[in-house]
Write a protein that binds this ligand. Structure first.
Ligand code: F6R
Length: 609
């Protein structure tokens, strides 16, 4: 999500930090900052601002930061709006900290630190860590490394931290847990970074830290340990990738990288929201008065609309509140009947889609309350809404949405569970099962995204087809629509998504031996009916690619190809079944050689009608 770089050496740090951050610019961010330590003076200067790197560079010409040790950060806001105060680095006394990730227990830690006299100057979870390290030193930690180690023991969540102290000007300490961190090795100088791209112009000799490791970096060496202080050794690797390949983390396209980032993105979206002790969900402190909600209306466009369609199933089944879904571009022109009993849920990855914004304005004019689900903190849609709840997918670069979609489904599931517990229609026991299944999703998703070879082979077989049909029932119907949309967008092959029960009412006429039909048929109440649809396709020589549950031994007899997904709760199946469809589209498009990350005629954010 955020970009991180740290440098310790003999050259001026600022230009190295800025050059490194520039290499991370493709990810998009909302603010940037540096902390540079003048070793001689034993003092660091923090310069940060909201906006693009150019704004920071401009500020640095007015407020130069001199020194040979430093850290730089580009921020993608998660806790606290994008602003100068919330930009990294954060300072507490002599300690400077930058951070990528989310501190799950930040509210408890903040309360403890405030009670112990800490004064906070930002709304971020990161600042907590600067205070923890300072407190550890005051409490007697002999050095920065020990203070960081003791502070890590108090923190829950995902993180890559880089920490400096004005009192130890010859050391940088960094730690990693579920957020990437790489150490760059130079001659009389060393680096740390979130992405190898940031340091590739300086060195190609690197060490990728593993989970639960921290490193003490000086000008002449690096000492890696685990969080208990036991030494770890790694052979340095030499990077042979080009800078462009490195930006994509070694993946051929951003889309493929983002497909692979989904387990992490889903885990980040769950952090701090799932309360397994109380069998409940916190919507970041938002408490909706369910007695006043008579109806819920989802509004969105494109992929976010498909997530909203799944949302209708989730909210109705868990909270039993009447729910509708509408395309934002239609909603605003149909003079919708709305009033104070309506909660409009606006779903938008970018938070800038004009149709969705105008639909929100219409809803507010008519007295409805608006709850926004977005991936971009402080973007226009969450600012316009009464409530804002964020997915933590990190910036999505590929135009075709992947990780934004699955994190939307997770956010909507959390929303539905929260409502269901408050309406009393979702039992504690079922909530517990659903939450346990949500937490188990990242590993199951990893299973799927790491089994690309089979899907690639299927894609090659059907890549020359003129059209595809996608079929699903219930909450798999929106996934069929999403599968068809993905394929159209990036491979330019015509594809239709249909409710499987509708097939006989028209699209069955399309079926012949040339038409690949992707059927979503995981275990569940509609399984048998969907298998009948699949048999009807086969009877007309259509080629069936089934997306089925692992362990389903029947389905192979009815299909040409079977892609299996692990089992999960019925309500959460769409989060898994969509993954093979994203991958199928990707590999078909790759086979055809289209411009996958920037398909023709499309833009990432649609700010016109
Ligand atoms: C498809 C895609 C688009 C967007 C749509 C809405 O891959 O990305 O269909 O989902 O333009 O965008 P947001 O979610 O930003 O409002």
């Amino acid at each position: 999500m955020c970009g991180i770089i740290g440098y310790i050496g003999t050259r001026q740090a600022t230009p190295i930090l800025i050059n490194g951050l520039r290499k991370l610019e493709y990810r998009g961010y909302d603010s940037a900052g540096v902390s540079v330590l003048d070793t001689g003076a034993g003092a660091s200067r923090v310069v940060r601002c909201r906006g693009k790197l150019a704004a920071l560079e401009d500020k640095l010409t007015r407020e130069p930061a001199a020194g040979t040790v430093g850290m730089g950060h580009t921020r993608w806001a998660t806790h606290g709006r994008p602003s100068e105060e919330n930009s990294h680095p954060h300072k507490s006394g002599p300690i400077s900290v930058i951070h990528n990730g989310i501190i799950e227990n930040h509210l408890t830690l903040r309360a403890e630190l405030v009670a112990a006299g800490a004064k906070f100057s930002s709304e971020t979870d990161t600042e907590i860590f600067a205070h923890l390290v300072e407190h550890a030193l005051i409490a007697g930690a002999p050095d920065l490394t020990t203070a960081v180690r003791r502070s890590i023991a108090k923190v829950r969540g995902s993180f890559a931290f880089v920490v400096m102290s004005d009192k130890e000007p010859n050391t940088i300490v960094a730690a990693k847990n579920s957020s990437p961190l790489v150490v760059g090795l130079g001659d009389g100088e060393n680096y740390v970074a979130s992405d190898v791209t940031a340091i590739l112009n300086e060195t190609r000799k690197v060490i990728f830290l593993e989970e639960g490791e921290m490193v003490t970096v000086t000008r002449t060496g690096v000492a890696i340990t685990d969080f208990e202080g036991n030494p770890r050794t790694h052979e340095p690797k030499t990077i042979t990738w080009s800078a462009v390949q490195a930006e994509k983390g070694g993946f051929k396209h951003y889309m493929l990288k983002e497909i692979h980032e989904q387990p992490r993105a889903v885990a980040d979206t769950l952090v701090g929201r799932v309360n397994l002790e109380a069998d409940d969900v916190s919507l970041d402190g938002i408490e909706l008065d369910v007695s006043k909600i008579k109806r819920i209306i989802f509004i969105a466009c494109g992929t976010s609309y498909h997530a909203s369609m799944v949302g209708e199933f989730l909210v109705e089944s868990m909270a039993r509140i009447p729910t509708e879904v509408d395309l934002a571009s239609e909603f605003r022109y149909r003079d919708p009947i709305l009033g104070p009993g309506d909660l409009v849920v606006a779903v938008s990855q970018s938070g800038e889609t004009l149709d969705t914004m105008e639909a929100i304005r219409e809803a507010k004019r008519k007295g409805a309350q608006v709850f926004a689900i977005s991936n971009v903190v402080e973007s226009s849609i969450p600012r316009l809404a009464d409530y804002a709840f964020y997915t933590h997918a990190g910036p999505e670069i590929g135009v075709a949405s992947t990780k934004a979609f699955t994190t939307q489904l997770v956010a909507i599931s959390l929303f539905a569970i929260h409502l269901g517990r408050r309406t009393g229609t979702l039992s504690k026991e079922r909530a517990r099962e659903l939450l346990a299944e949500l937490v188990a999703l990242p590993n199951k998703m990893r299973d799927i995204v790491e089994s690309g070879a089979q899907i690639q082979a299927i894609a090659r077989r059907y890549g020359a087809a003129n059209g595809f049909l996608f079929l699903g029932r219930g909450s798999q119907y929106p996934i069929a629509l999403e599968g068809a949309l993905k394929l159209k967008e990036i491979s330019y092959i015509h594809a239709e998504g249909y409710a499987a029960g509708e097939m006989k009412h028209g699209p069955i006429a399309l079926i012949d031996e040339h038409l690949p039909v992707v059927v979503l048929v995981p275990r569940g109440p509609s399984y048998e009916k969907t298998v009948s649809n699949l048999a009807e396709v086969r009877a007309r020589q259509g080629k069936v690619i089934a997306i089925a549950s692992r362990g389903d031994n029947e389905i192979g007899g009815h299909s040409d190809d079977v892609i299996v997904v692990p089992d999960t709760a019925l309500e959460l199946q769409p989060i898994l079944t969509v993954l093979p469809l994203q991958m199928l589209s990707y590999y078909v498009a790759d086979f055809k050689g289209t411009d996958i990350d920037q398909p023709r005629n499309l833009a990432k954010s649609v700010t016109v009608e």
